[in-house]
Each structure stands twice: as C-alpha cells, then as structure tokens.
Design a protein around this ligand. Structure first.
Ligand SMILES: [Zn+2]
Length: 267
C-alpha cells in the first residue's frame, strides 16, 4: 500500500503573525488527519486545497477557523478503496482573525490613544486621499516619543518593534512598528508607526483602557512623526475598517480631518 503525503506550501498569509499556524498530516487508520496548531492569541481563518488520489475529504473544504492557542483536527482524509494505495498533496491559505465576525459593538465609545491637554491634530481622517482611501483610519500629528495608551480594553495579539525607520514611499509599508489589540467583539485596533523598541506590552497581555502600550514614532510608510489608529474586522483576504466614536474634552465625537482633539480640557 502506498501512502504518500506532501505538505505543499502556504500560498498567502495576511497580517504579520509572529506565531504562524503549524499544519501537520498525521497518519490515521484508513487515511490521514490534517491537524493545525495555532499558537497565536488570534483566531486564524484557513482554506485548504487538496489533490487526492483514492482519498476523500470529510465535510468538504470550506473556510475554517482555528481558535487561538489550540490544536484542532480540521480535515480527515479517508481512503475510498482501502486496499489500493492512496496519496495526496495540499496547500493552504491563511489569514489572521476570524473571517466570520460581522456584528460588533457599534455603540462603543473609544478613549483617545494619548493623554493630556495638548490637542493633537488629525492630519488624515477617514477615507483620506494620501493613504486612507476606502478605510476608516486616523493619523494623529504628534512628536516622536509621545505616550500611546490603549483606546479600548482587549488582548495584545501582535507586537512589532524592531524596525528602525520609515519613508514616504509605500515600499516602507511593511516596516512599521505596531501594536494590535483584539477586543471582546472580535474587532481589532491597530496602533502604527511606533518608534523602534517603543512598545511596552507583550503578545497575550490583557490591557485596560488607558494602559500605556508604547511610544509614537515615524516607522514604516510615514512622511512625518504621527500615530496611525484604525479598528477593523478581518475578512478572508481583506479588512473592513470601522468608524469609531471617541470621548474627547468636548464630548463624544467622530473625529474629522484637520481638527484637533485632546482627552482633557486645559485649565
Ligand atoms: Zn494612516
């Protein structure tokens, strides 16, 4: 009997996940189990593609979600004719986040991601023409080294802090230092362009409103020191960016490009 299994390769991964999912084909009676270990604090959405000889896949090959910090059997392959040899190849695509999340807490009011009485100007707002086309994201003008605080409680799921510098060309897009925080409703906030080694939280850490998470900088695709803040839902292969309301010194508002906001009034 011939049993040949090939792990092909991961086709595409969205989101820089330090702890990538591990896929294993485990020989089982009359076939194989495909097992995924997800060491991350984020769920992972995956699609497998099989090429099978004398094997069938249990339950089809729909998009599946692997829970955070778990090991799951995601597919079973059974020999169609057990007395004949069987073989398979597979590849897979994964994205960080649960692609099924649709509903979220639309009433949630976020804290501004900085403290104090100094107003910070929104230099690019929702759908801004420079780099926010079709996305609800905010760029706050601030000098490097400004304290960045969690705008909403959650769990830290990604931290990148080893990048040195930035540039005004999209080729620098992947060189941002950042913190991503998963909220209770499955949405994710990202705090981007932090300075080198400018994060103060670890992956897996729970944070509360207002906790210090790092210091602003100018890393990645950035023309001047600022903080990029956005909240999104992960779909399979793209993100849905969500407008959010903030608590400011002058009430609860949706922030507008060109205006300045502070959490507290100056005396
Ligand atoms: Zn931005």
């Amino acid at each position: 009997m011939i049993r040949i299994g090939f792990l092909f390769f991961c086709l595409y991964a969205n989101g820089i996940l330090a702890q990538k999912p591990l896929v294993e084909a485990v020989e089982d009676k009359g076939g194989y189990r495909i097992e995924v270990t997800n060491p991350s604090y984020l769920p992972v959405s995956m699609i497998f593609n099989f090429q099978l000889q004398n094997l069938r896949v249990d339950g089809g090959v729909d998009t599946l979600v692997v829970r955070p910090n778990s090991r799951q059997t995601v597919h079973r392959l059974w020999a169609v004719s057990p007395n004949r040899g069987y073989s398979f190849r597979y590849d897979y695509t994964y994205h960080t986040g649960d692609y099924r999340v649709r509903r979220y807490d639309t009433a949630y009011v976020y804290e501004l991601p900085f403290r104090g009485t100094v107003p910070r100007r929104v230099i690019q707002g929702y759908n801004g023409r420079f780099s926010h086309t079709d996305r609800a994201a905010l760029d706050f003008d601030m000098p490097e080294g400004t304290e960045i605080h969690a705008a909403r409680p959650g769990r830290v799921v990604e931290v990148i802090n080893n990048n040195e510098s930035g540039c005004s060309d999209p080729i620098c897009m992947n060189f941002s230092n950042l913190v991503r925080i998963l909220h209770r409703d499955g949405t994710i906030a990202e705090y981007v362009h932090l300075r080198q080694h400018g994060t103060t939280v670890k992956i897996g850490q729970k944070v509360n409103n207002g906790d210090l998470i790092g210091y602003s900088g100018n890393t990645g695709f950035s023309t001047a020191p600022h903080l990029h803040f956005a909240v999104y839902q992960q779909r399979f292969g793209h993100r849905i960016f969500l407008p959010t309301t903030f608590r400011t010194a002058f009430g609860q508002v949706i922030l507008v490009q060109g205006k300045s906001y502070s959490p507290q009034k100056s005396e």
